[in-house]
Design a protein around this ligand. Structure first.
Ligand code: ATP
Ligand code: MG
Length: 333
């Protein structure tokens, strides 16, 4: 599944910060987040609800919702820092070179326009071609995402399609302009398992065909194992571990990653195997604990963890984490 990955990154996020001000109080939903994505690579971004996955992804496109604000950092894409580009140069990038796919296609699609028309509009926005040609390309794109009987279904409205078919339409829209980066935020969470599988396979097929890099946001490590080349684990707005899928699954170096792995249902396990839930709740960004934000839930925590934020440590060129006890992390319970 793994493609040979060229060296220079397509996307380099450096010290990205996003703040929310609510009731006069300010907090960081994303804090000093740094990572890279190479052309054609699939990077999984994982972590519990509220850890900043969606907000950090929206920040790449400068689409952080109010009252959120980008508070610092750089987002280098193809040699340009997107955070300092004029808005008029940003607009053609969105949906052109960088496309997004969301969890809920029904709210992303316009209910009163046919799906073929919506794919055609996406094509017409970025390619100067006659309407008829744009329509033919739209139908071709719907065929490519394996929408059954695409020519006929192109004239359907979103509500006339199944959830999986609607997500195929969203994928057609996303890939219709041959983007270099697709950001997929929980693209399969709302689908049942078999459809989820088909949609993930489709995305991998298209990344092969178009050489597109994919940032795949998910809370499901099973999806990561099947789909991604590398993984970024987030906790309380920060990266706590980055590594290849193999490194993360076999030798995790952060207790939070290990806890996420233990919470995976075991495919070959006995029925009596129970999901190991991570004790405690993820912190509220307005009342973050001192030191390492994971320390109140961490089995390895000591006084230093409660007092001081651990520095980032690299264990190899492709594997690093932020933990005082990285060397003591095990997968055993
Ligand atoms: N509109 C908002 N107002 C105030 N705070 C917000 C708002 N949107 C997000 N936040 C803050 O930003 C944090 C990160 O939110 P984000 O949506 O990125 O989480 P997520 O990791 O995508 O979670 P999920 O898995 O549930 O989608 C939240 O914990 C919340 O504190
Ligand atoms: Mg989210």
């Amino acid at each position: 599944m793994t493609l040979p990955i060229p060296e220079s990154p397509l996307l380099r996020v450096q010290d990205l910060a996003v703040e929310f001000t609510v009731g006069g109080r300010r907090a960081r939903a994303v804090d000093r987040l740094s990572y890279e994505l190479r052309p054609g690579e699939v990077l999984g971004m994982v972590g519990e609800s509220g850890c900043g996955k969606s907000v950090s992804a929206l920040a790449l496109m400068r689409l952080v919702p109010e009252p959120g604000q980008i508070a610092g950092g750089e987002v280098w894409f193809d040699g340009r820092n997107l955070l300092s580009l004029p808005e008029r140069e940003m607009r053609p990038l969105r949906g052109g070179q960088i496309a997004m796919i969301f969890q809920d296609p029904l709210s992303a699609l316009n209910p009163v326009l046919t799906v073929g028309f919506q794919v055609m509009e996406a094509i017409a926005l970025h390619q100067r071609v006659p309407r008829k040609v744009a329509w033919e390309r739209a139908v071709e794109m719907l065929r490519r995402v394996h929408l059954p009987d695409a020519e006929h279904r192109a004239r359907f409205y979103p509500h006339q399609l199944s959830g999986g078919q609607r997500q195929r339409v969203m994928i057609a829209i996303a890939f219709s302009c041959s983007p270099r980066l697709v950001i997929a935020d929980e693209p399969t969470t709302a689908l049942d398992v078999t459809v989820q599988q088909q949609v993930l396979e489709l995305m991998l097929e298209l990344r092969q065909e178009f050489g597109t890099a994919i940032l795949l946001i998910t809370h499901d490590l099973g999806v990561v194992a099947q789909t991604c080349d590398r993984v970024l684990v987030m906790y309380a707005g920060r990266a706590v571990e980055v590594g290849s899928v193999r490194a993360i699954f076999h030798t995790p170096r952060h207790p939070y990653t290990a806890a996420l792995l233990r919470s995976l249902p075991r495919l070959e396990g006995k029925r009596s195997d129970r999901l190991a839930l991570i004790p405690g709740q993820p912190p509220d960004i307005f009342t973050l604990p001192t030191g390492c934000p994971f320390h109140p839930r961490c089995p390895l925590a000591d006084d230093r963890c409660a007092a001081e934020m651990p520095p980032w440590t690299d264990f190899s060129s492709a594997h690093g984490s932020r933990c005082w006890h990285a060397g003591d992390v095990t997968l055993a319970k």
